[in-house]
Unconditional design. Structure first.
Length: 571
């Protein structure tokens, strides 16, 4: 009377055993889906389990099957409203549960009469509690379904960023909204054929689908000085700034090259593609050709450069003129190339040569110059902070060649005094910028020689797809450890100079059809490192002086066996 009955240990153990059996039944049913258990009891058991662990994605899948099975047209509103209520309890356990947010999206989509305003308030509340909440995808769905104005969402990001500059998600969301509110409309650039009459080339006719922002509106909205001045070392605004300064390249055929001697066609794209998918069509003198496209290296299924061989005798007679067109059906664009009485010909982009590396329009110059002055003032107040990287980006946006000396000096400061823990990252980024500058200089001079030697700090190679037409490359006296597979994109290459590096990997020197001379002084350690050179049929001269490999016993005879085409071997 009035006393709490104390259960025996045996009773407690038996109840726990039965509870475990119930849970096991649900887990097994969720895993195997063989029992066909889609009743109210299964719904209650999944609710118990998900209330404790809302990250069990398989159980959410199972629960959706149960709800679909129990769904009744008259009771659907009631059933799914109850499910929304249950989901709120799960989100209180873990507001960053991807499974819970995904399931809420599924439920809301099936509600006969959804209350999108309430759902938007829920997202606002969750983001106010934690601005890195995982409800962003769900919010985008709610915004779309309830037709929330883009301008209203942009103002929402203003509030979030204003309260916390270090909000990656808000910056990212902002970058998706601006192009919707103020879309830009770029025009296709003209094209150029080397040495051919103007009528021999027709400009590409791509269907442009850019995620760009109207220049005038972008200047009005997007000056992020406050973020930099508030916390120069915070990186979230920097990532956004990279998007702001950047420009998406048009998806197009950037260059088509034809060689009579090799009877080969090489095509460069603005992004890596899979030409074996059947999206490339080659037409010669009005007749479609049955050719087999292949990437320049077996490592690549997707590559910016693809090659094919024409049937023997098709274009070998130098007295005959030909017109060749490459169609990229995926993007409804093409590139024409007229082959006159010459051994080779090509047709490539001109306008984008100046915009390959995130160049900005003249309209922005004055504003960006003002930005640069402001950030320079911050750097004067706090000389050793990460705003140096922002300064580098602004300088490159304004004039990459004019500010080259200053940006190199800033990289040295970043690596040695400001952020030494990321020195390798800065070295690679600096290398990327140096290569971009060298390509721009080469384009301005209209030459086919690429030289970036004696810098002592080039650590990596990039943008090699831009060097399809280069015949001579000089990479001597840097810090390179390899010539990567992308090096095989240099299909016109005749001479390689890569002395005084630390190269022990030549996998990119792969089936280069015109390569005749290679200089690798003070690099290679073993004979095996030289194996890729055997794939180059025209290799005649090889300079290996100063390499450890020259000390190998019988090296001369072994090299003669490995590279029988080499007549001039310097050891």
């Amino acid at each position: 009377h009035g006393r709490v009955k104390v259960k025996t240990t045996a009773q407690q153990e038996e109840e726990k055993r039965k509870e475990r059996e119930k849970k096991l039944k649900v887990y097994v049913a969720a895993r195997d889906r063989k029992d066909g258990v889609f009743d109210d009891e299964a719904l209650q058991l999944t609710q118990q389990l998900l209330s404790a662990n809302p990250d069990f994605a398989t159980l959410w899948n199972y629960r959706r099957e149960i709800l679909t099975h129990l769904e009744d047209e008259d009771e659907a509103q009631k059933i799914y409203e109850a499910e929304l209520s249950f989901l709120e309890s799960c989100l209180k356990v873990n507001p960053k549960s991807y499974g819970s947010w995904h399931h809420r999206g599924w439920v809301s989509a099936r509600l006969p009469r959804p209350d999108w305003a309430r759902e938007l308030r829920l997202c606002d509340r969750c983001l106010s509690l934690d601005d890195r909440n995982h409800c962003w995808d769900y919010r985008r769905m709610v915004v779309k379904m309830s037709s929330v104005p883009v301008k209203q969402e942009l103002e929402f990001t203003d509030r979030l960023i204003g309260s916390n500059f270090s909000n990656y998600s808000s910056w990212h969301y902002r970058s998706t909204l601006l192009p919707l509110l103020h879309p830009g409309s770029p025009e296709p650039p003209p094209s150029r054929c080397d040495g051919d009459p103007p009528h021999s080339c027709s400009p590409p006719s791509p269907q442009t689908h850019f995620h760009r922002v109207c220049e005038e509106q972008l200047l009005k909205y997007e000056l992020v000085q406050n973020a930099f001045f508030t916390d120069p070392n915070d990186q979230s605004a920097w990532f956004y700034y990279r998007w702001l300064l950047g420009r998406e390249r048009e998806e197009m055929i950037s260059c088509a090259y034809v060689s009579r001697e090799q009877e080969r066609v090489a095509v460069a794209f603005s992004r890596p593609v899979n030409a074996q998918s059947g999206s490339l069509l080659l037409v010669l003198d009005g007749q479609p050709q049955r050719v087999e496209w292949r990437s320049v290296h077996p490592h690549f299924k997707h590559s910016p450069v693809w090659i094919c061989d024409l049937p023997p005798g098709t274009i070998s007679d130098i007295a005959n003129e030909h017109n060749l067109t490459v169609h990229w059906t995926e993007k409804h664009t093409h590139r024409d190339c007229a082959l006159y009485t010459r051994s080779e010909s090509w047709c490539r982009d001109t306008a984008t040569d100046l915009e390959l590396f995130s160049e900005l329009s003249v309209e922005k110059t004055s504003v960006l110059q003002s930005e640069l002055q402001s950030v320079n003032q911050l750097q004067e107040l706090e000389p050793l902070n990460k705003c140096l990287l922002t300064i580098i980006l602004l300088m490159r946006a304004l004039d990459p060649l004019g500010y080259e000396k200053e940006t190199l000096a800033h990289f040295q400061t970043l690596k040695q005094e400001v952020d030494s823990m990321r020195s390798a990252y800065y070295s690679d980024l600096c290398s990327k910028f140096m290569i971009e500058n060298t390509i721009l200089k080469m384009e301005y001079a209209e030459v086919r020689v690429f030289s970036i030697s004696d810098r002592q700090n080039l650590t990596t190679l990039c943008h090699l797809d831009q060097l399809l037409l280069v015949t001579h490359i000089n990479l001597s006296s840097n810090q390179l450890r390899r010539l990567p597979p992308q090096f095989a994109m240099l299909q016109c290459l005749e001479v390689v100079e890569a002395d005084n590096n630390s190269i022990e990997n030549l996998e990119g020197v792969y089936h280069l059809p015109k390569l005749e001379e290679v200089s690798l002084k003070n690099n290679i350690s073993t004979l095996a490192d030289l194996q890729p050179l055997a794939s180059c049929p025209k290799l005649r001269r090889l300079d290996l002086r100063g390499n450890p490999v020259t000390q190998t016993a019988n090296v001369e005879s072994e090299l003669a066996e490995l590279l029988p085409s080499v007549a001039d071997l310097l050891l």
